[in-house]
Design a protein around this ligand. Structure first.
Ligand SMILES: NC(=O)c1ccc[n+]([C@@H]2O[C@H](COP(=O)([O-])OP(=O)(O)OC[C@H]3O[C@@H](n4cnc5c(N)ncnc54)[C@H](OP(=O)(O)O)[C@@H]3O)[C@@H](O)[C@H]2O)c1
Length: 323
């Protein structure tokens, strides 16, 4: 089968198209014929090993999992003898950042992992990007314990995480103030933001509004900058470590010494979470934004584009054409 592999860490060009054997499903695994996958910031992080710490999971010297692609959408082609939750022909989507494998014509995944049936009438292209940004957004929103009526600022509302966060916060009944560039103000409004601040014309910190939760979904702000905007008991979360790892440091000490806390939750994603996202998609409350699509053969270009930090939502990779 065709697959993208990388045998060393490095820039987009380390990812190359090659032929490898179709994987054989274990007893509780599905063999999925992949139609669509994505290139996202998680794939970029594991391919480049930009943060050395990621190598403790992905292989200290060389990548353990040579085919990346944590998101996938496809059809169940075969299965192990113990599989009971899915059948051949089922259309499924899912997320796997433990062994990846979506950048290939087939992948195997345990039926007990985060894999679910594609909501009716959704294409593989639409289903593939449901999980990556949304599961980070969901984990952070839950960590901040957002309740109905809470006032929340989402900084970087056009990214995969930020655009999912706006839609999920709407579902949870928050009042959302979102920050993005001029060009995307109406897009972010359409996602459910109550107020949109255009960062090209206004400094988002120049406000009398106080927030229960400030979520920097692109990791460009600092706690110092945002602290005056938080209510007593308010929470700041960033998707990046911050300058010199400041956000991790603050997450250790602010809960002990400050009435305004920084949290740095470890991302988790369970079977019930993917089912939750699936229901939101079915109810029309969440739809991942799709910026561009590339063919599997064009994956280096896709990586380069994602690494500009300019994508709007998600970049989908077409592995095979849908009929
Ligand atoms: N290491 C990992 O494994 C990992 C995994 C997932 C996410 N992350 C981190 O999480 C962050 C978000 O990921 P993502 O995939 O959601 O991001 P993304 O989709 O790459 O975000 C891109 C969007 O953010 C906007 N943006 C960039 N700089 C901005 C700024 N200063 N103010 C407001 N908007 C800005 C861009 O719009 P403009 O045109 O306005 O700039 C663009 O629409 C990234 O920093 C990423 O590195 C890391």
């Amino acid at each position: 089968m065709k697959a993208i592999i990388h045998t060393r860490y490095g820039p987009p060009a380390v990812a190359r198209l090659t032929e490898i054997a179709i994987p054989v499903p274990g007893d509780d695994e599905l063999l999925i014929k992949v139609y669509a996958t994505t290139v996202n910031r998680t794939d970029c992080g594991f391919r480049s090993a930009e943060y050395f710490i990621s190598r403790f999971w992905s292989g200290l010297i060389r990548p353990k999992y040579k085919t990346l692609g944590c998101e996938f959408a496809g059809e169940v082609e075969a299965m192990g003898k113990n599989v009971s939750k899915f059948k051949k022909g089922d259309q499924v989507f899912g997320y796997n950042d433990k062994k990846f494998g979506g950048h290939a014509e087939f992948l195997t995944v345990s039926e007990n992992d985060t894999v679910a049936l594609i909501p009716p009438r959704l294409s593989f292209t639409e289903a593939a990007p449901i999980t990556e940004g949304a599961h980070y957004a969901l984990g952070n929103i839950r960590a901040a314990n957002v309740k109905q009526g809470d006032v929340v600022l989402v900084y970087g509302a056009t990214g995969a995480i930020g655009s999912a966060a706006v839609q999920l916060l709407k579902h949870f009944g928050a009042k959302i103030i979102a920050v993005c560039n001029t060009q995307n103000v109406s897009l972010v409004k359409s996602l459910g933001a109550d107020i949109v601040i255009d960062y090209e014309t206004r400094d988002f910190t120049d406000t009398n509004q106080k927030f229960h939760f400030i979520f920097d979904a692109v990791g460009k702000s600092s706690f110092k900058q945002c602290k005056p905007l938080l209510n007593k008991g308010g929470i700041y979360i960033s998707t990046e470590l911050g300058k010199h790892g400041a956000n991790v440091f603050h997450a250790l000490f602010t809960p002990l010494f400050s009435d305004k806390k920084v949290l740095f939750p470890i991302p988790t994603f369970k079977k019930e979470d993917i089912e939750f996202l699936k229901v939101l998609v079915e109810q029309g409350e969440y739809a991942p934004l799709i910026d561009r699509t590339y063919k599997l053969e064009e994956i280096v270009e896709a990586y380069k584009y994602v690494e500009t930090g300019k994508k709007i939502g998600n970049v989908v990779i077409t592995v095979r054409e849908e009929s």
